[in-house]
Ligand binder design. Structure first.
Ligand SMILES: N[C@@H](CCC(=O)N[C@@H](CS)C(=O)NCC(=O)O)C(=O)O
Length: 278
């Protein structure tokens, strides 16, 4: 047998073992935890200063990335403790929090049932919750092809919509100087991504896998903030219909009210004057 073939066979054996081990590790973790229904000690509205028996602590703020996990936790009906970080005092850069998220940003999640496992990056948090706490596949389908579709739309948000709209919002609302080129660059790219979503939703109710999933949650929280960059959804009728379907979900509304109430009013610009496109 040629040497190249041997190496390839060896690699494929090692890779399949690694996948099996990884699956096994998750299975063990899942088997060792107790069921959620036994710990309804805390929910989003309580926001106590200790974990109060909740198995998960969410470190968050009222922002598009911060709302993703609270919506998913509400959809799954999981009890969780909420710790809001104070951006004005740069609490997210304090040493204690950097031990939870070395990137010094929200959101982050700590799973107390898994040895205080720390998860950061909102996409990773949604994936973790799906993998560990959605045994029925309601938001994170079980079938491989469907999962791949969900992952594609999750990554579309993490690598595209979030960063582009985030920069558009920064250059419009927060930058110390007005830079037309930067504003146009990020607004145009955000417009393009909204159009991609609109085209995709023309023939379907939800973004991926023929069902409501965590990919809808991830993209929604950004579309929710469209007025922050002076956008309306009038040119994107399919996106608008999806947005309204999302907003009608009770768990979405509850998740948006974490960690502060009235997020819906604020994000729609009803009490905010910094939401017009320059
Ligand atoms: N890619 C990260 C982005 C996190 C992020 O940028 N979070 C913002 C709020 S939406 C934040 O913590 N900003 C405060 C800071 O940058 O110090 C994720 O998806 O979790």
């Amino acid at each position: 047998m040629p040497k190249g073939d041997e190496v390839r066979i060896l690699l494929s054996i090692l890779t399949s073992r690694a996948i099996v081990n990884y699956r096994y590790a998750f299975q063990v973790l899942q088997e060792t935890r107790s069921p959620y229904s036994t710990t309804k000690a805390c929910n989003s509205s309580m926001m106590a200063s200790s974990t109060d028996g909740a198995q998960l602590t969410l470190y968050t703020g009222p922002t598009p990335n911060g709302w993703k996990p609270s919506i998913m936790l509400e959809e799954l009906g999981l009890p969780y403790h909420v710790r809001r970080l104070d951006f004005s005092s740069k609490e997210q850069k304090e040493e204690w929090f950097l031990k939870i998220n070395p990137n010094g940003r929200i959101p982050a999640l700590v799973d107390h049932t898994a040895g205080d496992l720390k998860i950061f990056e909102s996409g990773a948090i949604l994936w973790y919750l799906g993998e560990m706490y959605d045994p029925e596949g309601t938001l994170w389908p079980k079938e491989g092809k469907k999962r791949t579709e969900v992952m594609s739309w999750l990554m579309f948000q993490m690598g595209g919509l979030g960063p582009m709209q985030g920069q558009a919002s920064y250059f419009l609302n927060s930058a110390p100087e007005q830079i037309e080129y930067a504003k146009n660059r990020y607004l145009n790219e955000t417009d393009r991504l909204y159009q991609v979503l609109d085209d995709h939703l023309k023939e379907r109710q939800w973004l991926a896998a023929g069902q409501y999933t965590l990919a809808d949650i991830a993209n929604f929280t950004w579309v929710f903030c469209h007025s922050r960059i002076g956008k309306t959804l009038d040119d994107n009728p399919h996106l608008k219909a999806w947005y309204e379907r999302m907003l009608a979900r009770p768990a979405v509304q509850k998740g948006l009210d974490v960690p502060t109430e009235n997020a819906i009013k604020k994000a729609l610009g009803l009490s905010d004057n910094a939401n017009k496109r320059a």
